[in-house]
Design a protein around this ligand. Sequence first.
Ligand code: CUA
Length: 371
Amino acid sequence: MSSSGRKLIPALALAFVAAFATGCAAENYPQSIFDPVTDLAVRVNDLFAGVFWWTMLVLAVVWIGLVFILIRYRDRPGAQPRKIYGSNIAEILWTLGPALIVISILVPTVRTIFYTYERPENPLLVEAVGHQWWWEFRYPELGITTANQLYLPAGKPIEVRLSSSDVVHNWWVPAFGGKRYNHPVTPVVDGAPTKKDYNVLYFTVDRPGEYPGQCAEFCGTSHALMRMLVVVQEPDEFEEWVERQRAPQVGLPAEFRTAEGEAPVGMAEVLARPAEELSLEAQGYQVFVRAGCAACHTIDGTSAVGVLGPNLTNVGARWTIGAGVMSNTRENMLSWVRNAPEHKPDVKMTPFTHLSDSELDALAAYLVSLK
Ligand code: CUA
């Protein structure tokens, strides 16, 4: 062996050990499929493990046989190979062996496929709509719409109906198992899934936690910035979240709230209030109204009912801005509102560079206060 070859071996061994050592730190990989938290993911993982060990068996048999034959039947002077053409034993063995392996893979695979399409009883219905480049989550039975951050109760069967408002996207939360396409169709919202042209995922999450996910189909410039976070809570915590989302006047700063039964404060009245009388958040709400944000966004409890962009109800509680672009702070929110395409190429949110720094600051303060 050459001297450079001798040096290469320890270097390769070191790289191998390093790769293994870093691979062991599972907590550094929140989007791993090897820590399943749903019945669906457990099933899929078991299937994967079964197929994996069958292939390992084949690999071992082939390699051991190969090494044995290479040594035992190597070229030697005068040696003549025995002819095995027409051997019934050999023919039967290499037909039956692979057939058994294929059946051992086929049966659990088909059973798992059927399991994934079995609708559980009384599931919580969620519609996950892909948009370029963010996720809309609707709970038709609860009257809630949110974006990018999905809340689910642990231990309750979930039905996720997958669709898209534009191009093909792909739902993937690795810890939940099941990666499935969002096709550009409108899901049926009457509760009875009769029109099966949207994809569906059924699962029950077995433990609370935060599980990141990601669009897994290339869908345009900012495909890599189409992330989501699924927050799984104990059922009573989830109920509290539902109540928070549905609270009357949830999106209004205190100054603009009215008592129960009273008429809501009109837009003209909101804009007429002198800014110096108002908190920064309330000034931000004035900017929100004046700048026309409602053309694209909804904030429950206000008159903003636009549906082109993400629903911003309680947007301050989300883990990031822009479906995973940056952390949800007032500074980042200001920067995002001023010029979103700078942070997320080709995003539909237009730059608001015509707003002054103080207007942007108030708007950002209002948005992050919504939680
Ligand atoms: Cu949506 Cu990639």
